[in-house]
Design a protein around this ligand. Sequence first.
Ligand code: HEM
Ligand SMILES: *[C@@H]1O[C@H](CO)[C@@H](O)[C@H](O)[C@H]1NC(C)=O
Ligand SMILES: *[C@@H]1O[C@H](CO)[C@@H](O)[C@H](O)[C@H]1NC(C)=O
Ligand SMILES: *[C@@H]1O[C@H](CO)[C@@H](O)[C@H](O)[C@H]1NC(C)=O
Length: 475
Amino acid sequence: MISILIESTYIQLLIVLVGLIAVLNYFHLTRKRVKLNEPPIVDYRIPMIGHTLRFINDCEKLIVESREKYGEIYSLYIFGELITVVGKDSIGDLYRRENDFDFYSGTDVKLVVKCIFDDAFKNVNKSLKFMKDYFKVNLNNIIDRIEQNVIKGIDIYIGECNEPKVFNDSHEALKNVFAFVAMNLFLGEECGHNEEIFELIKNLISLRYISKYKQVIIKHIKLIIRKRFHEKKKLGDAWIPPTDVLQFFLNDPEIAPDLDPNNVNCNLIADIISIFILAAMSSTSYRASYALYELAKRKEDWLELYQEAQQINEQCNGNFKTCDDLDKMVKLDRFIKETFRLNADLLGLPRQCITDTHTFSNGYQIPSGRMVSVDVLELYRNENFQGPNPNEFNASRHNSPATKLDRNFLLFGHGKHICPGRNYAVTLTKITLHHIMLKYNLRTKFENRVPRNHIGFFIAPARPGDSSIVFEKNN
Ligand code: HEM
Ligand SMILES: *[C@@H]1O[C@H](CO)[C@@H](O)[C@H](O)[C@H]1NC(C)=O
Ligand SMILES: *[C@@H]1O[C@H](CO)[C@@H](O)[C@H](O)[C@H]1NC(C)=O
Ligand SMILES: *[C@@H]1O[C@H](CO)[C@@H](O)[C@H](O)[C@H]1NC(C)=O
């Protein structure tokens, strides 16, 4: 979730805040003399700025060089704060001693959630429980719904492509489809083609939209709630509740105590749904943009994947009703896993140390308040964990599903805070690529480009231009 911060226009606001924090921290750091066996701080020249500029411009090189020079554990000085980067050998520490670290107390996350999603912030435990429960209970019931909306979204936003149609970047081709699915799945089919909601979902991340999100969402859900309550009263037990996120809230007696629309806690619903949107949208569409690009590029894998898609399509009569059908997409799943592996965040599992002193198994110590992050780049490019030629793309490298819990594959985290949306993210990507394969022939506009793109240590969407894809109807 933290990636939403760097990706967004908040960065403008945050840079000012962070600048202030930097100055305060600097004096704080230079004053404090704690005698801990601290990990080495990577050399830097300019006080206060530290590694910030390299971190923003070329984080990958900074991490690789620091690892080569300092080894398994070291600290960087970024935005006025020390961040300790730990290698694969210290990952066990983060999980064995989970209570030494806090996932939420990173200052920037708290700040943004508190200022913007104040109702969710006041009910943070309830908000999280909702998100986790929705995907736990309901994924099987919503497969059909996701698929129908994917098909519609592809029709509208990619189109027929009787003539070859160029999409300037692979992310552009997907983002609309994913937003269309999110609109109908999170806020109800009643949204149909509501442009205002659609634009909000696509752009929630930007400052212009975030300031009015609540008012827009509340306006729409009030209409829908009125309609649903009316039908429920009329039909009684014969009324079949929709399977969307909105209805999931309305089924909760604390949020909707009776069938009176005026008693529904719309503020809380709007906040949590917005957090759903922020957590779900860019994380998934950014990574899926690489999977789509690789699919267009790798002719050698296309044929096998296409045959698998056709077989499944025949078996299911063109429509998935349950997860079992999705589990048959084995080759596509492994293909997606491989693109996610090679196009991931560079550092993962950011946490703040909340005990007085945490001592790692290797003897190094960090004080309370220190941010810690894992060098997942090392993990994803390590031959012992990933098999031979770890820097090469190999569609049959993996022999377990993309969502499988695995300490060597921390894409969705592990432990207490493992991503609750992981099944949804992979399912949505699979269904979308499946239907794209059945409908179009794809090719990349340019040969041998590498569109991989990071902002800080976060993965960004495949680079526009470099990831251009040509869609043509498949006859
Ligand atoms: C490919 C897409 C996605 C990736 C790679 C991803 C990755 C992650 C990671 C690495 C974490 C933190 C784990 C940790 O630090 O221990 C996380 C947490 C989370 N993710 Fe995702 N995620 C994705 C999609 C989604 C979606 C679709 C949703 C749902 C709407 C979602 C909702 C969340 C939430 C609510 C948390 C916080 C969990 C907690 O506080 O315990 N994510 N995700
Ligand atoms: C949320 O849950 C945690 C532990 O599960 C607890 O310590 C905290 O007080 C709860 N917060 C609220 C606002 O209820
Ligand atoms: C890809 O990975 C599989 C499984 O590890 C291996 O058998 C195969 O030789 C690899 N292919 C290439 C081209 O490296
Ligand atoms: C496509 O991408 C190029 C380079 O990024 C850009 O200059 C051009 O304006 C884009 N075209 C469209 C139609 O967006």
